[in-house]
Design a protein around this ligand. Structure first.
Ligand SMILES: NC(=O)c1ccc[n+]([C@@H]2O[C@H](COP(=O)([O-])OP(=O)(O)OC[C@H]3O[C@@H](n4cnc5c(N)ncnc54)[C@H](O)[C@@H]3O)[C@@H](O)[C@H]2O)c1
Length: 460
């Protein structure tokens, strides 16, 4: 059917009449079919702000800039008045971008808290191990917080932030951005409306894509779980959060299997060298070659802080490959993160779920299968299809016929509202609910290492 002649009335009746045909609908049409809200992005709790919320960014890297950009688009809602980043280039670029005064510019994060409180809130986007220490100080100093995941790298850190948020009465929003993506928001609404009856079980998969796996979890910041955080926390706490949020029952038991199969020294091909730039004999045929990923394909370059002038990139990329971990052989690192793992879970009401994290895939995104008593949902982040068992009617949605994600800024919008009105209920991902996903991840890692079934017992 040509989109130009699109008529909801026709489509709706056609989907009822033609049991096996699946037609792409917009959210407006799907929500009409199931009696749901057309615009769930309009949070009814949002109110005009008397003035912009002021915030200090700690960690002006990739994520920090994404969140702070909200202030450039919505200056009437958010004003970034201070920054801390120990990297002089990032610090300088951020100061210029947000017009920050010299007095409010810091290199080490500790120095922010040597000053009297000078903003409403702090956005924390430092590396994982610097989340809990910074957050605890920020709360102690009376700031509300937007905290990148993971909340902390140990269970104790996570619990202490929860405790501190409760005792200080401050807001801690956790950057579980998937909750704000159209795909998961819509799945949540559909499930809540009982469109597939009661949930019986869920299968969920996170394919990381092999070059992303190499970049972050073999060569990059998270290659060693003891120096950063276990991959189930660092990468998949989004997924444990989404599963618990969609299922909406307490998590009871978790079991995890997984290991590092490929990226080990034993698997180093003959003729390989410590760096891909060292004259490796198999470089031209290795799918994980750093020269291929960064130099020839120009992928994942945001970590290199390249100069504006593109003609200088060849020189700078090669220099980074010769001096940083990003140029090292994937078979000669001190990495220990599993390249594949599976989680078996039992939630309240005897709902079961399986999660699989796969480092060796050619594709990214998430795939979700939700089995209900009256129907099921098959989704892959860009599309989903709801099938009604009784009528056979299939209703499908595709991101391509709707608007794009924007989950990051929707999260900031809710957080700004929550801080501006001192109303944590405006946020979906508050510390109280977010901490559960982390405890699930810690329990899973314990299970993986000890071959046990772990019970997750906490306030949920
Ligand atoms: N929510 C998500 O979907 C998502 C996605 C990717 C990353 N993350 C998380 O976001 C966080 C930041 O990741 P990123 O990719 O932006 O990293 P990044 O390396 O680009 O940024 C971190 C910044 O912190 C700065 N920093 C380090 N030590 C500091 C110190 N002592 N004082 C001040 N600044 C310091 C670094 O110089 C760097 O600029 C990580 O914890 C990561 O796990 C979340």
């Amino acid at each position: 059917m040509p989109l130009k002649n699109f008529s909801f009335r026709n489509i709706a009746s056609e989907t009822f009449n033609q049991a096996t045909e699946s037609i792409m609908l917009t959210w407006k049409e799907i929500s009409s079919l199931f009696g749901l809200r057309h615009d769930f992005y309009k949070n009814p709790l949002h109110k005009p702000l008397p003035r912009p919320v002021t915030a200090i960014l700690i960690g002006a890297g990739n994520r920090g800039n994404i969140y702070a950009d909200y202030a450039l688009i919505h200056p009437d809602e958010l004003d970034i008045v201070g920054v801390s980043d120990q990297d002089a280039v990032r610090n300088g670029r951020f100061v210029r971008k947000h017009n920050i005064s010299a007095a409010n510019r810091f290199y080490e994060w500790e120095n922010v808290f040597k000053r009297e409180k000078f903003a409403d809130a702090v956005i924390i986007a430092t590396p994982d191990q610097l989340h809990a220490p910074v957050c605890l100080q920020a709360l102690e100093a009376g700031y509300d917080v937007l905290l990148e995941k993971p909340i902390g790298i140990t269970e104790e850190e996570c619990r202490s932030i929860l405790e501190k948020a409760r005792t200080t009465g401050r807001i801690v929003g956790v950057c579980h951005v998937l909750r704000y993506s159209p795909y998961f928001r819509q799945l949540k609404e559909i499930i809540n409306a009982k469109a597939i009856g009661d949930i019986v079980s869920v299968q969920h998969m996170e394919p990381i894509e092999y070059s992303h796996m190499c970049h972050s979890y073999v060569r990059g910041n998270w290659h060693n779980s003891k120096k950063s955080a276990p991959i189930i926390l660092a990468k998949s706490c989004h997924d444990t959060d989404i599963l618990r949020w969609l299922i909406n029952e307490p998590i009871e038991d978790i079991q995890c299997f997984g290991n590092l199969k490929l990226f080990t020294r034993e698997n180093a091909p003959a003729g390989s060298t410590p760096r891909c730039t060292d004259g490796c004999a198999v470089e031209s045929t290795c799918p994980f070659s750093a020269l291929q990923i960064y130099y020839r394909d120009r992928k994942r370059l945001y970590v290199f802080d390249l100069p504006q002038q593109r003609h200088k990139w060849d020189y700078f990329i090669l220099k980074k490959l010769k001096t940083t971990d990003y140029g090292r052989c994937v078979f000669d690192m001190d990495n220990d993160q599993p390249d594949h793992l599976t989680l078996n879970m039992r939630f309240g009401n005897n709902i079961t779920a399986v999660f699989s994290m796969e480092g060796l895939t050619s594709y990214e995104g998430r795939c979700t299968r939700i089995m209900g008593t009256k129907g099921d949902i098959v989704g892959d982040m860009e599309t989903y299809t709801i099938t009604d068992f009784r009528t056979g009617r299939q209703t499908s949605w595709s991101l391509k016929t709707d608007f794009h994600g924007g989950g990051d800024h929707r999260l900031v919008q809710d957080w700004v509202q929550a801080v501006g009105h001192h109303e944590p209920a405006i946020l979906s991902s508050t510390i109280d609910v977010s901490v559960v996903s982390h405890l699930m991840a810690f329990a899973a890692e314990k299970s993986r290492l000890n071959h046990t079934i772990e019970t997750v017992t906490l306030n949920q």
